[in-house]
Design a protein around this ligand. Structure first.
Ligand code: ZN
Length: 67
């Protein structure tokens, strides 16, 4: 079994562990139709647009109240 030759200082150990909880930045792009920020390869959450067509139709919330 490998045995460490030198003991690492607390600060070196903590600096190494500090990277463990890092969150990778999400790949944010903008919708070509409404320019709202969205994740790449995902349907736009604002207008439902993906790959040159509308995938999800959003219903106006004011119109739904009348039902
Ligand atoms: Zn959009």
């Amino acid at each position: 079994m490998a045995v460490p030759k030198k003991r690492k200082s607390k600060s070196r150990r903590d600096r190494r562990r500090a990277n463990h909880d890092k969150v990778a930045p999400k790949n944010i792009t903008h919708c070509p139709k409404c320019a709202a920020p969205r994740m790449s390869h995902r349907v736009c959450g604002t207008c439902g647009f993906y790959r040159d067509r509308t995938v999800i139709e959003f219903v106006d919330p004011a119109a739904t109240d009348a039902l």
